[in-house]
Design a protein around this ligand. Structure first.
Ligand code: ZN
Length: 120
């Protein structure tokens, strides 16, 4: 393991804890419903400006979206690249692998996540 990858894994663990809190804080502030279509069944926390594009965890940068509305924003994952040219989807696949390694996802959840990602 290179020093770089261990730093990335620490960042990833911190980010998934932040992501859970981010969603809870947004729901407390705005209620449990999609800010785009009003669907109240299931909501996910979306960053208006993605973290890898300089976005922050401030609530002003957050938006509660149902999975369908969130999916429409995620098509960006297939288009945008990091500064080093790595496609964002590859970063996401790597993140899934790391979540499995650290017990944040089961293998079947990871398979589901990979399949969803391929469909975006
Ligand atoms: Zn929606």
């Amino acid at each position: 393991m290179t020093p770089d990858s261990s730093r990335n894994r620490a960042d990833l663990r911190r980010d998934s804890a932040l992501q859970r809190r981010f969603r809870v804080r947004l729901i407390e502030e705005r209620g449990h419903r999609c800010e785009q279509c009003g669907n109240a069944e299931k909501v996910e926390a979306h960053h208006r400006v993605p973290l890898n594009q300089g976005g922050t965890w401030d609530l002003e940068n957050g938006q509660l979206l149902c999975p369908e509305c969130h999916k429409s924003t995620r098509s960006f994952a297939w288009k945008i690249q990091r500064g080093d040219g790595t496609p964002t989807r590859d970063v996401l696949f790597e993140a899934i692998a790391q979540l499995v390694e650290y017990g944040g996802l089961t293998e079947s959840e990871a398979t589901d996540a990979r399949n969803r990602l391929r469909n975006y």
